[in-house]
Design a protein around this ligand. Structure first.
Ligand SMILES: *Cc1c(COP(=O)(O)O)cnc(C)c1O
Length: 404
């Protein structure tokens, strides 16, 4: 039971009085968490069915990750990259080996990883491919979500993310997601890269058509264009494999990673990929004070070690089948469609039934936390440590919530 000076309503009032209103959280105030469960300030327990948008793939406070963080805190926290530290190189090597890539660029947040990939792709286009100065183009997908910086929202078509943040960064061409022919038509002599989520997360867990990424890979190779896969949400075991692209047997030239890379403890992100591409960066041309700092590297190494066992990929694959079979049974009973892969699902609420927010609230009342994305889609992404029985409990609660 959490000790509390304030009740739920008072905490929320405080948030609203002093915090910028850039989110609309569910009215629950969490004070403690472990594994797949969180406890609020009043001592109520909830099953986490969202995992911090996949930042908590290994559950809350995984003992190996907490131990790695603690140990590092007791030794060394920050050096800046002005000096070397004894964690950075090992983290880069271990992450590269895990991902089958050659080089690692460390940053902090997902948006910074995407920004870094954009910068590297442009620099590569000018210095290696020979694109005319200031005319590089990057092909992106409609419905994308890659973060919140000014450049990234420049090519967002979500009005909430985009509107009134201009003037915008040019150099992006938007095509429908999953449409290989549209990419073929958009590729020209100035194309530096195709940048896409392997599965679109914020958009509602949109899985592209079978064979799409294999076609994109071939086009990119044929035209000397980089394939940049944003696996910040889809990667690191969420879909049952290390990368969602692995389901298509496709390799990207660059991958952006974040969220789960920091184990839900600290922000850790990276661009991993080809050494001849990331190699365009020379000293002083890019960086971040905290990017690759010792605490990030120590936690990141522990995350890599967990992923190396394959246990989380297996759990996601196995339990994901169960999750999806239970969700599929609800189609026609308050749910109109289910998409996704592994322990990840976008669930469209029947328009005749309820909004995503109403279902999320009814689930909260039953001790399960998840959140809508857009008006009528629930995004389900439990921690990969969840059990089959806990999934059943959550789906039984969803059935009740849809009927309530
Ligand atoms: C969350 C997310 C980002 C942005 O990550 P932040 O850490 O919030 O900046 C980028 N791309 C995808 C696919 C994401 O899901």
């Amino acid at each position: 039971m959490a000790s509390t000076e304030l009740d739920t309503a008072s905490f929320i009032k405080l948030d609203e009085a002093w915090g910028a209103h850039n989110y609309h959280p569910l009215p629950v105030v969490i004070a403690e968490a472990e594994g797949a469960w969180v406890t609020d300030v009043e001592g109520n327990r909830y099953l986490d069915f969202l995992s911090g948008y996949s930042a908590l793939n290994f559950g809350h406070r995984h003992p190996a990750l907490i131990a790695a963080a603690r140990e590092q805190l007791d030794r060394l926290t920050l050096t800046s990259r002005a000096f070397h530290n004894d964690q950075f190189g090992a983290f880069c090597q271990e992450l590269a080996e895990l991902t089958g890539t050659e080089m690692v660029l460390t940053m902090n947040t997902g948006a910074e990883a995407v920004e870094s990939a954009i910068k590297v792709a442009r620099k590569w286009a000018y210095e290696v491919k020979g694109v005319a100065f200031d005319s590089a183009e990057i092909i992106v997908a409609a419905g994308n979500f890659h973060g919140r910086t000014t450049t990234i929202v420049s090519f967002s078509d979500d009005p909430a993310a985009h509107d009134n943040y201009g003037p915008f960064t040019p150099g992006f061409i938007t095509v429908p997601y999953g449409d290989a022919q549209a990419i073929r038509d958009a590729i020209g002599p100035n194309t530096a890269a195709v940048l896409m989520e392997s599965i679109q997360g914020e958009s509602g867990v949109i899985v592209p058509p079978e064979g799409f990424f294999a076609e994109v890979r071939k086009m990119c190779t044929d035209n000397n264009v980089l394939l940049v896969a944003d696996e910040i949400q889809s990667g690191l075991a969420r879909t049952g494999k290390l990368f969602a692209l692995d389901h298509d047997n496709v390799r990207a030239d660059l991958y952006t990673l974040g969220k789960a890379l920091g184990g839900g403890i600290i922000p850790v992100s990276a661009v991993v990929g080809r050494a001849d591409v990331l190699g365009v960066l020379k000293p002083g041309q890019h960086g971040s004070t905290f990017g690759g700092y010792p605490v990030a590297c120590a936690v990141g190494r522990a995350v890599v070690a967990l992923l190396q066992t394959g246990e989380f990929q297996e759990r996601s694959e196995e339990l994901g089948k169960h999750l999806h079979s239970r969700l599929d049974d609800l189609i026609g009973h308050g749910i109109s469609a289910v998409r996704g892969r592994g322990l990840w699902a976008g669930v469209d609420i029947d328009p005749a039934a309820k909004t995503g927010r109403e279902v999320s609230m009814a689930l909260r009342d039953r001790g399960v936390l998840c959140k809508e994305t857009h008006e009528r889609t629930l995004r389900i992404a439990p921690p990969l440590v969840i059990t089959r029985e806990e999934i059943d409990h959550a789906i039984d609660s969803l059935v009740e919530a849809l009927e309530a």
